[in-house]
Design a protein around this ligand. Structure first.
Ligand code: AMP
Length: 518
């Protein structure tokens, strides 16, 4: 049998990263070690007579009315001729559904599965699939990898990913929350941890990806535990043209009162709402800010609704994680708009987050200098602007798959210890439960050096039920701590956090019962 490999990609790999939309193509040839771009292609307005392509910084060329496949057939050879040694192609794929939770090498079956997910992402997956098909035809000898926007959020717990619908209907139709922008949320949270010089698995970070599409994620100890987009990228924040959160009753009302059908609602909610709908001057935050400064009431309200929603999510995610160590702003608006960051960061003092107005105004991030701190030195919760780099992230993940290292990367970042339910006690608690002067009696050594299971057991009493004969582990510790399974948690009726052993801050309490006094 072939052993599992621990390959770490250290040498540089050159990867072409392709992001095909319904009317656009973005492609970068990226060197993974330092994120250098060796070549670049941008195509816009595909499917119209105004389609244009731009290679590197050259003047744009008109394409005529071409499909995604035809445009790629015409332009990809030119892009590839500008960089030697391309080892693989990474495709950004928006929806990975239930199945794809990690970057995946593409074969016929995977390509078909990406197309099969079109019902969950009708605007995106067909275009992603067209790009995959065209590239496989053009470059049949290069390995191609699908990197999914949903994958980072595969760790959402059931309580966060479940809509309150009858479960039979939800599972039959794949209706649940998936989350998007995962590549960006993962990338910026990792950069934030590097900047803060703390392990990602010890931080609770709220990442705000504020671009044309916008979403917030709660990244707890390196894992996404909540995010604002749902089954589709329509839920959550106010976006460039998307409505974000709305009472579903509004849709019923509009269908009944205005006679809107599915297509009309789709257009309204995806294209004619959000900042563009509110402001009446389009979706670009720069224009809206300019008009708002001139006194335009619609633009002022648009910015307020946009920022209020972001702040609301930050507060909610602080509650979800039981606190927040850093808030990250990224993407076009998050990286560039000091005004939006200023509006969002108002009244976050209760989280210990204090904005340094000067630092905020001066913040400038680039790919080579990707982090700027905008909180005051006394701010307990750090406020950071971080440049996202989805192309580089996709290139790195593609390189890891091409070189066979992927699972290792994921495993390395999230250490998990699995153990049976057990209790750690302080010396005072040992005496309170077993009698004055009592010392724990070692029964069996554990694999962790110096740790042992004890003869002593206790009963754990929760609000709902009790669990008897729970083993005490020695030696004594500085804090009382109980480690239990998810099933135990339901049985007892407590909502326990997933944490590193020893981190007991803000955990729910239970009662311990010792043996009867003799
Ligand atoms: P993205 O989707 O990340 O490329 O972000 C695109 C959006 O970023 C644009 O629609 C603009 O609204 C916004 N943006 C870019 N530069 C600025 C800026 N200097 N100030 C405010 N918003 C900006």
């Amino acid at each position: 049998m072939r052993p599992r490999q621990v390959a770490v990609v250290s040498s540089t790999v050159i990867v072409a990263v392709i992001n095909c939309g319904s009317s656009s193509i973005k492609a970068d040839v990226v060197e993974t070690r330092d994120g250098n771009r060796l070549a670049r292609l941008r195509v816009g307005r595909l499917g119209t007579d105004e389609a244009r392509a731009r290679l590197d910084d050259e003047p744009p060329i008109s394409l005529g009315n071409l499909s995604v496949s035809d445009a790629l057939a015409q332009l990809l050879p030119q892009l590839f001729s500008r960089a030697d040694g391309i080892e693989g192609i990474g495709h950004r794929v928006v929806h990975g559904g239930e199945r794809f939770v990690a970057p995946t090498l593409i074969d016929d079956e995977v390509a078909a599965a990406v197309a099969g997910l079109a019902s969950l992402a009708p605007l995106h997956n067909p275009a992603n699939h067209a790009g995959i098909v065209a590239c496989r035809k053009l470059m049949p000898n290069l390995p191609q990898v699908a990197v999914f926007d949903t994958a980072f959020h595969a760790t959402l717990p059931a309580r966060a990913r479940t809509y309150a619908l009858p479960p039979e209907l939800a599972s039959k139709t794949g209706v649940r929350r998936y989350g998007f922008h995962g590549t960006s949320h993962a990338w910026v949270s990792a950069r934030a941890a590097e900047y803060l010089q703390a392990p990602l698995q010890e931080l609770r970070i709220v990442t705000c990806h504020l671009g044309n599409g916008a979403s917030v994620a709660a990244v707890e100890y390196g894992r996404s535990v909540e995010t604002s987009m749902g089954m589709t990228p329509l839920e959550g924040l106010v976006m460039g043209t998307r409505v974000g959160d709305i009472d579903p009753g509004v849709l019923l009302h509009l269908m009944r009162e205005e006679g809107l059908d599915v297509d009309a609602l789709d257009t309204l909610l995806n294209r004619n709402s959000g900042l563009a709908g509110l402001s009446g001057v389009g979706s670009d935050v720069r224009d809206i800010q300019e008009r708002a400064a001139e006194g335009d009431d619609r633009c002022r309200l648009a910015l307020r609704v946009f920022c209020h929603r972001i702040r609301k999510y930050i507060g909610a995610y602080a509650a979800v994680m039981g606190g927040v160590d850093a808030i990250v702003f990224t993407a076009g608006v998050g990286e560039n708009s000091a005004e939006v960051r200023h509006m969002v960061a108002q009244r976050l003092d209760f989280l210990g987050a204090r904005l340094d107005e000067d630092a905020n105004r001066d913040a400038k991030v680039t790919r080579t200098s990707p982090v700027a701190e905008i909180s005051t030195p006394r701010s307990r919760c750090r406020l950071l602007v971080v440049a996202t780099d989805e192309s580089r992230a996709i290139a790195e993940q593609t390189a890891a798959v091409v070189r066979g290292a992927h699972h290792v990367e994921r495993e390395r970042t999230i250490p998990i210890a699995v153990s049976a339910r057990h209790i750690h006690l302080t010396p005072a608690s040992v005496e309170a439960l077993f009698g004055k002067g009592h010392k724990l009696t070692p029964l069996k050594e554990l694999s962790q050096p110096g740790q042992f299971a004890c003869e002593e057991t206790l009963t754990v009493v929760g609000p709902k039920r009790r669990i008897e004969n729970v083993r005490v582990l020695g030696p004594v510790r500085g804090k009382n701590q109980i480690e239990i399974s998810r099933t135990d948690e339901f049985h007892l009726g407590v909502d326990a956090p997933v944490r590193r052993s020893g981190d007991v801050a803000n955990s729910p309490g239970v009662t311990l019962e010792g043996p009867p006094e003799r």
